[in-house]
Design a protein around this ligand. Structure first.
Ligand code: ADP
Ligand code: MG
Length: 223
């Protein structure tokens, strides 16, 4: 049995991923948040963590550089998911993908009037599909972060981005004007690896599914 790698990112997802890793007996052997290492051994023999940029997780897994990964539904939808199975919704890093605009901007009437909208986002594919499905003409502007600035500086009429509490939008005088989809993180698996190494991967997938369910159960019990 060879080594199995789980690709994950250090950003927002990691804090909620660590308790799941603990439940599957795969806690990192070092402080994952503090360490600068990009490959971390875990308490589970033969299982290691590969730390990559959030948007790179599907690429590592689809190409078989890691057998497993933990990625946001936003990143997966933008990637397209070719070569990946997505067997477990982990229920963590929940947020919503929305269209947001300046509080004074009448998005609904701009759409009704068939205006051409400038949309800033890091999710070009998702945004293109969303507006095409609505029949709205858009010029997409690719950004890599701090999307909230674009409407304030006149770079765009609106943005496509993630929100959870809405605090960042409010702090920047923006408001969500349309829901695109709910987002949460999922366990992803390289399709070819699942065929050739099913005996090793299937128990891990089931362990993650149980860990995620346990989480859901806990939060219901606490109500
Ligand atoms: P990066 O800045 O490298 O894109 P982040 O750590 O900001 O990485 O985001 C990583 C993932 O965390 C996103 O792909 C998304 O799935 C999730 N995420 C981002 N923002 C939020 C949020 N406000 N609430 C919950 N989950 C979020
Ligand atoms: Mg970010």
């Amino acid at each position: 049995m060879g080594t199995i790698s789980i690709a994950l990112s250090k950003g927002r997802i990691l804090g909620e991923t660590l308790p799941l890793l603990a439940r599957v007996g795969a806690s990192p052997m070092q402080d994952a948040e503090g360490s600068r290492k990009l490959i971390l051994a875990t308490a589970r023999r033969g299982l290691r963590l590969i730390v990559v940029r959030a948007s790179d997780v599907p690429t590592y897994v689809a190409n078989g550089a890691a057998e497993l990964g933990i990625a946001g539904g936003d990143v997966l939808a933008e990637h397209g998911g070719a070569g990946l199975y997505q067997p477990v919704d982990l229920g963590i890093a929940r947020c919503r993908m929305v269209v947001a605009a300046r509080r004074g901007f009448d998005y609904a009437s701009a759409v009704r009037q068939g205006a051409r909208l400038r949309i800033a986002t890091k999710y070009l594919n998702l945004a293109r599909e969303h507006f095409a499905a609505k029949g709205v003409h858009v010029d997409l502007i690719k950004l890599y972060g701090s999307m909230e600035l674009a409407p304030l500086l006149g770079l765009a009429d609106a943005i496509v981005d993630l929100v959870s509490s809405g605090k960042t939008l409010r702090a920047n005088k923006l408001a969500a004007v349309e829901e695109i989809r709910p987002v949460s993180a999922r366990l992803i698996v390289n399709q070819a690896a699942l065929k050739t190494r099913r005996a090793e991967l299937q128990p891990l997938i089931e362990a993650f599914a149980r860990a995620a369910q346990g989480r859901a159960g806990n939060s219901t019990a606490r109500k």
